[in-house]
Design a protein around this ligand. Sequence first.
Ligand code: C5P
Length: 241
Amino acid sequence: MAKNQQKFTALFATSPRRIVAVVPAAGIGARMQADKPKQYLCIQGKTILEHSVTALLTHPAQIEQVILAVAPHDPYLADLPFLNDPRIVLVQGGETRADSVLNGLTHIVPSDNTWVLVHDAARPCLTHTDIDQLLAIQDPNGAILAIPAVDTIKRATATQQIQQTEDRNHIWLAQTPQFFPVDLLRKALQTALQQGLAITDEASAMELSGFQPHLVTGRTDNIKVTRPEDLALAEFYLSQR
Ligand code: C5P
């Protein structure tokens, strides 16, 4: 680890980072109870996926590629207006979110100084300011957007009773984008998946490989559209822009 840190700290000093993005968009969004995957529901005339991807494509840092991991035979894909953008690359998604992200990462031409922003297709309210904050981080462990917990946090038993109350001062809720050196993240995800571990974000794979990614305070409106009531909330936030 220390050796890796030295290597990446030295790289920052010598050459600018190449930045690519991977957007896992192959989920079915069962909790949304909609007639199509949630990333294809519309807000203000655009799909949720389009809002999420547009935030990346229009960012002034010139993200080199936006790799979209989509379901095989995705019937909604053809209607996406941004498919003509030369920076969009389509890859097949996998069984889990982590598999989809890994498939995306394998399409990135390896180089020591390439970093990847992984962003959920289902987070349409991402702002350029949030992307700026992440890109400013020079921590070789990588960084994620997250918000400190404000509610009291309970740990539950298997029968949904309270086992204990957690100290919320140390609890953060992870969001995306999450930002890591491509090579480190690829190895971390491969290792975690080979071990059969359940990985729900990139940072957890990095943690399992011994890294301690940086927490960057994000915005509470960067919600992941998950349940039916989230749609109205995302619509409200986007209408305020
Ligand atoms: O299901 P959840 O809300 O955690 O999904 C987060 C993101 O991961 C969504 O953008 C979803 O489309 C994506 N995903 C994927 N491949 C899967 C499952 C989820 O790309 N197999």
